[in-house]
Write a protein that binds this ligand. Structure first.
Ligand SMILES: Cc1cc2nc3c(=O)[nH]c(=O)nc-3n(C[C@H](O)[C@H](O)[C@H](O)COP(=O)(O)OP(=O)(O)OC[C@H]3O[C@@H](n4cnc5c(N)ncnc54)[C@H](O)[C@@H]3O)c2cc1C
Length: 295
């Protein structure tokens, strides 16, 4: 969609009876660092002795076309040793690769924690999010409530294995219809018995009723129910997730998503993610590998 905020769209399908489903993950990068080092040059670096040559760092601030995440992490890393003089590693493309290779090689991954990226991930199932949220360190999540959201926005996710097989695909579509129907029936019945006897429901009791109904009706849904999620992580944490999940040992849905996440991250922060090599497996799916694991 845009160079600065890349995304992968997932199309929505419908059964003949109107149940909605998706066939794979959709991924949208929705937030990334915005960096302005102007004041660093003007107010901080200019305050040291001239012979240190710190003002030459202004070339790194203004002189090269550096993505914001790399500029941020490099400045933070160079602050550690006050490496702002002429002998520093410059922000040329080759200099940036050298700088971040060294960070990755030496395992000084904490400087990568300054760059945060948020994604909306949809077209994924509850099984997927159950696995993803196990990554705690450096990550934040917001996912669809199991209590506030009713059946109107219900969608399902068809597994890859079902898509090329007419029998499995047919079963899946029939199940989508039956899951939706069951949800509706259950919600209707629960609403009826919960409100029986009450003359009038206040706004609070209506909300409370909706929660009680939804949490019970949702419990009956399969793992294939869609569970959109907003995920924020720093570059170090995302790297760990890519290594764990874009792997042949990972489940296929989360692996596909990890490959998409990597493509987006590589587009906007190439120097932080360029060491990953894409490899194809015999089954046609792809995985990532790097010599710098767990920086
Ligand atoms: C192929 C595969 C199969 C899996 N199968 C199962 C399974 O069958 N059952 C199951 O329960 N889980 C399973 N998992 C989940 C797995 O055990 C981890 O919970 C998940 O991958 C999160 O990774 P992480 O533990 O590295 O944590 P993250 O939160 O991603 O943390 C990153 C790193 O920070 C450090 N860290 C984070 N939290 C702590 C802490 N509390 N104490 C010390 N160090 C910490 C660790 O070094 C950790 O590796 C599987 C994962 C994969 C990739």
């Amino acid at each position: 969609v845009s160079e600065r905020f890349p995304s992968f769209k997932s199309d929505v399908f419908q059964t003949a009876r109107g149940a909605m489903y998706l066939r794979g993950p959709g991924v949208c990068l929705i937030s990334q660092p915005q960096v302005d080092l102007e004041a660093v040059g003007d107010e901080f670096l200019s305050g040291f002795a001239d012979d240190l040559g710190f003002e030459s760092y202004n070339d790194d601030i203004h002189g090269y076309d550096v993505d914001p995440s790399s500029a941020l992490c490099k400045f933070a890393g160079q602050l550690c040793y006050l490496s702002f003089g002429e002998n520093r590693t410059k922000s040329t493309p080759a200099g940036l690769s050298k700088y971040f290779d060294n960070i990755k090689h030496s395992g000084h991954g904490s400087v990568l924690e300054h760059a945060n990226f948020s994604f909306l991930i949809y077209g994924v199932s509850r099984s997927f999010t159950h696995e993803l949220v196990r990554h705690r360190s450096g990550m934040g999540y917001s996912q669809v409530s199991q209590r506030y959201v009713n059946g109107d926005a219900l969608r399902f996710v068809e597994r890859l294995e079902f898509q090329g097989d007419p029998f499995l695909h047919g079963r899946f579509e029939a199940n989508c219809d039956s899951w939706s129907f069951e949800y509706e029936q259950l919600a209707e019945y629960l609403t009826e018995i919960q409100s029986r006897g009450a003359k009038e429901l206040t706004a609070d009791s209506k909300r409370d009723l909706r929660k009680k109904v939804n949490q019970v009706a949702r419990e009956n849904l399969p793992n294939a129910a869609e569970a959109p999620i907003v995920v924020t992580g720093n570059a170090r944490a995302w790297r760990h997730i890519l290594e764990m999940r874009a792997s042949e040992h990972a489940e296929v849905q989360i692996r596909r998503t990890a490959m998409m996440l990597h493509s987006c991250l590589l587009e906007v922060a190439p120097k932080l993610f360029e060491d990953y090599e894409v490899k194809s497996l015999a089954d046609g799916t792809q995985v990532l590998s790097t010599k710098y694991r767990k920086v």
